[in-house]
Design a protein. Structure first.
Length: 252
């Protein structure tokens, strides 16, 4: 019987060790490098394909000290500045440029609570409905309306809202204007906006669950926290689209 998940042989292990040592050795002095610089000689290193957490030397956790991230960002920005005249080596200048752009992307993504969460989920192999670009493109080509499932907790409010918007459209066709209806829709919009806000606090609760699961190495707790975050972000995207559509209806 073939065991696919067999343990590595000693020779395979030594090859792997040599490869990772090479990847973590400085091009200039051969010492250990960090993600951006050599720890020994300080020279800029060619960028490695690492995720944004690793780029900043952070664990894959969601509670993050944004002030400290910002400090690291400014420090690295300064050190990686491509125009730094101290860099004689042409390659080093190019790597500075590449590393700087990686740094900017990593910082922008990690400092924002929602983007950080979405990015982490993507690393975990999750594709959020909103991020499913292929589905959106397909809908555009076929002219089908992209399926948006109303989240269970919102069915009643969404139903009521759609009735009001329907009414509004009918009135507009007749050239009527009903201030009471507009006020009612405005109130509903505010309620949805408040829900949208509140979801951020709920999300932070799941961050704690996630971080704890990462610390404990509990695969089950990890999956559970991940699924809760996915559900929440889908609900949040749904509400955001809803508010956008409401604004469009109110303006037209
Ligand atoms: Zn070095």
């Amino acid at each position: 019987m073939v065991n696919v998940f067999r343990a590595m042989s000693d020779s395979e292990k030594s090859v792997l060790a040599a490869v990772s040592e090479l990847a973590s050795a400085c091009w200039s002095c051969g010492e250990m490098r960090a993600a951006q610089f050599c720890k020994a000689c300080g020279k800029v290193q060619p960028p490695r394909p690492v995720d944004y957490f690793t780029f900043f030397g952070l664990p894959r956790k969601l509670n993050l000290d944004v002030a400290s991230l910002q400090r690291d960002f400014y420090e690295l920005s300064r050190k990686l500045h491509p125009d730094l005249s101290a860099r004689a080596d042409r390659r080093e200048q190019e790597w500075s440029l590449e590393q700087s752009s990686l740094l900017n992307d990593a910082y922008r993504t990690l400092k924002d609570p929602i983007q950080r969460t979405e990015y982490l989920l993507k690393l975990e192999g999750v594709e959020l409905e909103e991020q499913s670009k292929s589905a959106t493109d397909k809908a555009r080509v076929t002219g089908e309306v992209k399926k948006q499932v109303v989240p269970a907790g919102l069915l009643e409010e969404v139903f009521e809202l759609n009735m009001h918007l329907e009414e509004l459209r009918a009135q507009k066709k007749l050239g009527d204007d009903d201030p009471a209806l507009l006020e009612e829709i405005g109130k509903q919009k505010l309620a949805f906006e408040q829900k949208h806000e509140a979801l951020l606090d709920e999300l932070k609760g799941y961050w704690d669950e996630w971080d704890e699961a990462v610390e404990n190495g509990s695969e089950e707790a990890r999956r559970s926290a991940r699924d809760k975050m996915v559900d929440l972000l889908n609900r949040r995207n749904y509400i955001r689209n809803l508010v956008r559509d409401m604004n469009a209806s109110l303006e037209n």
